[in-house]
Design a protein around this ligand. Structure first.
Ligand code: F6P
Length: 322
């Protein structure tokens, strides 16, 4: 191997830069040249490469976002886009590629693998919805951001004896919401994996009030069958009968911003290093992820064809602890 490339794709995640740094420094240590791809798969299609040496990735370990930029490329989903990307790689004499990203990004990576191009993935998404990994880069930092918001909302909720609804990210996966609910002591949690009846949420909030609680917090994942906007509308419509209304906070992209915490910097450093290790061993078409504290390589085919199940025991725990 002489020249490899690295790209970040999909929604950014705190810790992506630490992963880029690890790829570059371990790659250079193996005697390779490392090229950064600007702007995810869009940059790959258009051949926008920049050489990255060990000093080029200095001072980025603690920075959020991604120095390479990211994109959600529609063109790369097409065969034409993928062929153009392969041509760009070929023209730049790049022999293999590391893709740092979540589900959609690893689907793209698998497409290149099927054409026979040597690829490895690094598991990075705040959603934690990737099969083959217990926890992905960015989750821990995003969770702490959500938690800080919940703690702050709890104090004002207590002062006013109010019910608050907090929406966190998670398109198809309720991991972030469930963990934020457990760590933040929420009265109720609404996730995409469990269909919810708004009346049950109203019951949980009423019961919190009856128990003498000064606050009532509901954490909702954006992809739930009733997200914050839908629940807000429901509670407004039934305000008189239910006897209370909700204050709504949608955290949105704040959860993806800011500096990564220690956990994500360390995980990203390990996974970036594991990715170059897999390339060196010619173990292509795999995703570097962490399972039970060990760094493992799971075939991308398995990763993209299996849903990551939510831990039912944690759903039960959240109910008991409310
Ligand atoms: O994939 C991570 C994620 O943050 C999801 O939780 C969210 O649904 C989506 O990205 C938002 O995407 P965008 O930044 O493109 O609006």
């Amino acid at each position: 191997m002489k020249r490899i490339a690295v790209l970040t794709s999909g929604g950014d995640a705190p810790g992506m830069n630490a992963a880029i740094r690890a790829v570059v420094r371990t790659g250079v240590n193996k005697g390779w040249e490392v090229m950064g791809v600007k702007g995810g798969y869009e940059g790959l299609i258009n051949g926008i490469f920049t050489p990255l040496g060990t000093r080029d990735v200095g001072g980025i370990l603690q920075r959020g976002g991604t120095i390479l930029g990211s994109a959600r490329s529609e063109e790369f989903k097409t065969e034409k886009g993928q062929i153009r990307a392969l041509r760009s790689l070929n023209e730049a004499s790049i022999e293999s590629l590391i893709v740092i990203g979540g589900n959609g990004s690893q689907k793209g990576n698998y497409a290149l693998h099927k054409y026979g191009f040597p690829v490895v993935g690094v598991a990075s998404t705040i959603d934690n919805d990737l099969y083959g990994c217990d926890i992905t880069i960015g989750v821990d930092t995003a969770l702490n951001i959500a938690l800080e918001a919940i703690d702050r909302l709890k104090t004002t909720a207590s002062s006013h004896q109010r019910a608050f609804l907090i929406e966190v990210m998670g398109r198809d996966c309720g991991y972030l919401a469930l963990m934020a609910a457990i760590a933040g002591g929420a009265e109720s949690v609404v996730i995409p994996e469990v269909v919810v009846d708004p009346e049950k949420i109203a019951e949980a909030l009423t019961s919190a009030y009856e128990k003498g609680k000064a606050h009532a917090i509901v954490v909702v994942a954006e992809g739930a069958n009733y997200n914050a906007t839908a629940l807000d509308a429901y509670f407004k419509e039934h305000r008189e009968r239910l006897g209370f209304d909700l204050r709504v906070t949608i955290l949105g992209h704040t959860q993806r911003g800011g500096n990564p915490g220690a956990f994500d910097r360390i995980l990203a450093s390990k996974l970036g290093a594991a990715a170059t290790e897999q390339l060196e061993r010619s173990n292509f078409g795999v995703l570097a992820g962490e399972v039970k504290g060990e760094i493992v390589a799971t075939p991308l085919e398995e990763v993209i064809n299996n849903p990551k199940e939510i831990d039912k025991a944690l759903i039960d725990l959240a109910k008991i602890l409310d």
